[in-house]
Design a protein around this ligand. Structure first.
Ligand SMILES: [Zn+2]
Length: 149
């Protein structure tokens, strides 16, 4: 399937109006995410990266503004950002795991505790202090700001 920018923009517009994604839009997003993952999701599990990007896209695609960018670059940029986010999460989990192992006496060196994490509420990268006590236990996924809402 070859995707034209105009067709993609039309499908996004249809979704914004109707509130639901057409099968055609779903196929387009899958194809773009798949292509983007081949190029930019190195170090991540391919299918997982594609699925995560498409899920994320379906949630934010109605924010697309045709005056700011073309639909294809918009969708591709969101995919690439998603892969970066996933890579940060993997790094964060590994660092935290290493820390827990150290605390349990399984490692000889003291690993560095991650200082930043992406909040699943606002999507922003925030320092440990923004997550409170649960950060170090690996339980905090939302920053204090998002938790209050
Ligand atoms: Zn937040």
């Amino acid at each position: 399937m070859w995707i034209s920018k105009t067709e993609l923009a039309n499908e996004i517009n249809l979704m914004t109006v109707s509130g639901r994604a057409s099968e055609r839009l779903g196929r387009m997003l899958l194809l773009i995410a798949d292509g983007a993952a081949r190029r930019y999701a190195t170090g991540l599990e391919h299918d997982e990266a594609v699925a995560s990007a498409v899920c994320h896209l379906l949630g934010v695609i109605d924010r697309y503004d045709p005056h700011k960018s073309d639909a294809f670059s918009y969708v591709t940029t969101i995919c690439i950002n998603r892969f970066l986010h996933m890579r940060r999460e993997v790094r964060f989990r590994n660092a935290l795991l290493a820390h827990v192992r150290y605390e349990m006496g399984g490692e000889d060196f003291r690993p560095e505790i991650p200082k930043y994490k992406n909040c699943i509420g606002c999507g922003k990268e925030k320092p440990a202090s923004a997550f409170g006590q649960d950060f170090i236990r690996g339980l905090a996924n939302k920053c204090k700001n998002c938790n209050r809402r």
